[in-house]
Design a protein around this ligand. Structure first.
Ligand code: NIG
Ligand code: FE
Length: 420
């Protein structure tokens, strides 16, 4: 039995949920910070939180000394498009000259530019491209990472992307969660024949993915340039039948009814919500669905932010993610997303921490095992080189993480510059 003690932390930011496994309203601001405590780990799980006054009986165990540092639950990045190839720097240039993101998409650029690059990349090239990206997240203290497909848009290439995610999952100690996003947009070859592409997804891709356990969730993009609620429901119906969880990109530029479809199919999360209507907002309060907000998109595309304050105050479960992708949020810094949420969406520091830990864990169905420092949960931690958790959000764009621990194992240490 592996036993380990983490001692001397200035703060243990537990994010304790008192057995609820999620945070709403004022709960997001309550982080239950412990001082003068040590964490006792047995077999990769949190076995006890011990007051230092009674630590003496544990002194025969291996220890990790985190003096002058603080510990948070391992961060959960619950919405990324890390599986992409190529660059969209040219389109970034066009955007800076005033051409709108949606306009670029309508002209056959945007997502389809990345689809072309992915189709040209062999499986192992894709996996290789993803490695430094995943390592970048690990260096920030991320111990659970969601990655979507969605740039293949045909059977062969969507499966290739999910296989690349599988290679990555086997390579790294963190939990990688694969999401199938075949319904990201319509590929050129089916531009005028939506039904045939939907049939491809429903009859070929989804059954193969479910059978080979290549994804845990099925996601879609509900938007005027992508899929309508009716089209999405055909896909969700099949995904549900096959046992996949449901997620939905919706209300990013246009509000066309995605929230209703997501609720109807018991989605675990609705993501984006920049143009969420008040009537839909009310439908999300006190629901068992996570609102995953992506302020990096509003920052990168320079438009309105999702109504985080209203959502939290109305009792919705709010999480935060980078949405790391080549087109709408070429930002892979989750700490910076926390700063943006604080500065641009009116969230307080504690709320941003709850949003990248326990509520993000709920968004990928990991809230029973991850997202907070509570007895019985996985010993996943992010150790920060500061004595005060506010510094994580206050130091915009700076990575204060100095150690990442997954199930009781140190997988990254800044002074060793090695990620496993
Ligand atoms: O989450 N909204 C749709 N998909 C991505 C953007 C994808 C891209 O532009 O490549 C997003 O913002
Ligand atoms: Fe996204």
């Amino acid at each position: 039995m592996m036993k380990l003690l983490i001692i001397n932390a200035d703060q243990i930011v537990t994010v304790n949920t008192n057995g609820k496994y999620e945070k709403r309203r004022g709960e997001l601001s309550q982080l239950a910070v412990l001082t003068d405590h040590s964490i006792f780990i047995e077999d990769g799980k949190i076995a006890d939180l011990i007051p230092n006054s009674s630590i003496i009986k544990y002194n025969s165990y291996e220890t990790i000394d985190v003096k002058n540092k603080i510990i948070l639950p391992g961060l959960v990045e619950c919405h990324t498009h890390t599986a992409f190839a190529g660059s969209r720097a040219d389109e970034f240039r066009q955007k800076l000259s005033g051409i709108h993101y949606e306009e670029i998409a309508k002209k056959g650029g945007g997502i389809l530019t990345t689809v072309k690059a992915v189709r040209e990349s062999p499986l192992h090239t894709l996996a290789d491209i993803m490695k430094p990206r995943v390592e970048e997240f690990i260096k920030q203290g991320v111990t659970t990472l969601e990655i979507k497909s969605g740039y293949g848009l045909d059977f062969e290439n969507e499966i290739k992307l999910l296989n690349a995610v599988k290679i990555i999952d086997e390579l790294y100690a963190i939990d990688i969660i694969a999401t199938f996003l075949g319904a990201h947009t319509f590929p050129l070859e089916y531009k005028n024949d939506h039904q045939s592409y939907i049939n491809e997804i429903v009859d070929k891709m989804l059954p193969y993915i479910a059978k080979n356990k290549l994804a845990e969730f099925c996601d879609a993009f509900c938007e005027t340039t992508a899929f309508s609620p009716e089209e999405i429901e055909i896909i969700f119906s099949k995904a549900t039948e096959l046992g996949l969880g449901i997620k939905l990109h919706t209300d990013q530029f246009n509000s066309i009814g995605g929230i209703g479809s997501a609720i109807k199919y018991n989605a675990v999360s609705v993501d984006h919500l920049e143009v969420l209507r008040d009537s839909d907002l009310l439908k999300l309060s006190d629901q068992d669905i996570v609102c995953d907000l992506l302020p990096g998109v509003s920052f990168f595309l320079n438009y309105q932010y999702a109504p985080a304050r209203k959502l939290i105050d109305s009792g919705a479960i709010v999480a935060l993610s980078t949405d790391y992708n080549p087109g709408s949020s070429h930002i892979n810094n989750l700490h910076m997303i926390m700063s943006l949420a604080a500065l641009k969406m009116g969230m307080n520091i504690e709320e941003t921490i709850s949003a990248v830990t326990i509520n993000a864990a709920k968004s990928v169905n990991r809230n029973i095992t991850a997202g907070s420092i509570e007895i019985g949960k996985d010993a996943d931690f992010a150790v920060f080189n500061t004595n005060e958790y506010a510094d994580i959000v206050y130091n915009v764009g700076k990575n204060l993480n100095c150690m990442t621990i997954k199930r009781g194992r140190v997988i990254y240490q800044s002074d060793k510059e090695k990620t496993i």
